[in-house]
Design a binder for this molecule. Structure first.
Ligand code: SAM
Ligand code: SF4
Length: 332
């Protein structure tokens, strides 16, 4: 395949980070993420793992250095580990990092294979360490399996970051204890504000908790120092002094981060979304199925021209979704 130019969008931002939603399916039903009765895509509409690998390899050839596999729950897709191994072959050969976001329920089984494929870090979602609250938020999840997954990932040598969505009235009292636990277990912690993505039954605005309030509270209890680490995304970082724990805060509604945005998202059905908060996309499934990799390259060139300058989420929007697709479709 001919050498194609680096992906730089119309606003001068280099696209170095690809997130792939490998499945829209999940074994949990977190209240802020999915409706209880979700309908999932028919198999014929989703990219095969081979198509995902070919598209990802085009991104790597064009300067993408980091890939995150997400979903839905990536580990519920059969043969997922084959995709991890295939992409792992590009580490050190264009790709700097291959990583994953998982709910952890199946991680005890897969952690060693992920590490063997070259994965070094993983994000595991855990909104509560209380079994009942965890079950309530996820609608039926078993916390024991997630904790086993965290332990297995650490034992396999993966650096683990816990993702916790801050939910007023649901887990707000658990945030400081969660940070303390992360310090004790040598885990990183990222707190996330709820985002208005896709319709869910509950009024998401009721549980919206601004992280500015959370941070003020944490600073009274922990010795936090600013950490200049930047990921090109909405996270801002702190260090818990005297520990290995990095604290990240993702506040897409209260902070603007779009000027340095380096990322795009490929959905399970092959749509490449250029911004989490916009509908702008190109169809890479159609491109690869009708015109092969040359057509994928053309579609990527077109995508660079339509990447929005910034998202338009707002707190005032209340419970109405800013975009109708769920996080599980676009990939968190
Ligand atoms: N199933 C995996 C998991 O839960 O880690 C990966 C996919 S999940 C969509 C990725 C991340 O997005 C999770 O940390 C989840 O908590 C977060 N998330 C889902 N819906 C969200 C929303 N509406 N607002 C903020 N974060 C959300
Ligand atoms: Fe599943 Fe992750 Fe969404 Fe929870 S946040 S329902 S685990 S995709």
């Amino acid at each position: 395949m001919a050498c194609a130019p680096t992906l730089i969008d119309v606003h001068g931002r280099r696209i170095s980070y690809l997130r792939i939603s490998v499945t829209d399916r999940c074994d949990l039903r977190c209240r802020y993420c999915m409706a209880e009765e979700m309908t999932f895509l028919p198999r014929s509409e989703i990219l095969s793992l081979e198509e995902m690998a070919l598209i990802a390899e085009r991104f790597i050839a064009r300067g993408t250095t980091k890939i995150r596999l997400t979903g839905g729950e990536p580990l519920v897709r059969r043969d997922m580990i084959d995709l991890v191994r295939r992409l792992g072959d590009s580490i050190g050969n264009g790709l700097d990092e291959l990583t994953m976001t998982s709910n952890g329920t199946r991680l005890a089984h897969h952690a060693v294979a992920l590490a063997d494929a070259g994965m070094r870090r993983i994000n595991i979602s855990l909104d509560s360490r209380d079994p009942e609250t965890f079950r309530h938020i996820t609608r039926h999840g078993d916390i024991a399996r997630v904790l086993e997954g965290v332990a297995a990932a650490q034992a396999a040598g993966l650096r683990v970051k816990i993702n916790m969505v801050a939910l007023r009235g649901l887990n707000d009292r658990e945030i400081a204890p969660m940070l303390r636990w992360c310090v004790d277990q040598d885990l990183d912690l990222t707190l996330i504000e709820t985002m208005p993505l896709g319709a869910v039954e509950a009024d998401r605005a009721d549980h919206f908790l601004p992280l500015t309030d959370v941070l003020a509270d944490l600073r009274e209890q922990f010795d936090l120092e600013r950490d200049d680490h930047r990921s090109g995304g909405p996270a801002r970082y702190w260090r818990v002094k005297g520990s290995g724990t990095r604290l990240g805060l993702i506040s897409p509604l209260t902070a603007n981060f779009c000027d340095g945005c380096n990322r795009v998202r490929l959905t399970t059905e092959g749509k490449l979304y250029l911004c989490l908060g916009h509908e702008a996309h190109v169809d890479l499934k159609q491109a690869i199925r009708e015109g092969g990799l040359a057509a994928v390259d053309e579609a990527l060139d077109a995508a660079l021209n339509i990447k929005p300058r910034r998202h338009d989420f707002s707190v005032e929007r209340g419970s109405a979704p800013a975009v109708t697709r769920h996080m599980s479709v676009t990939g968190g």
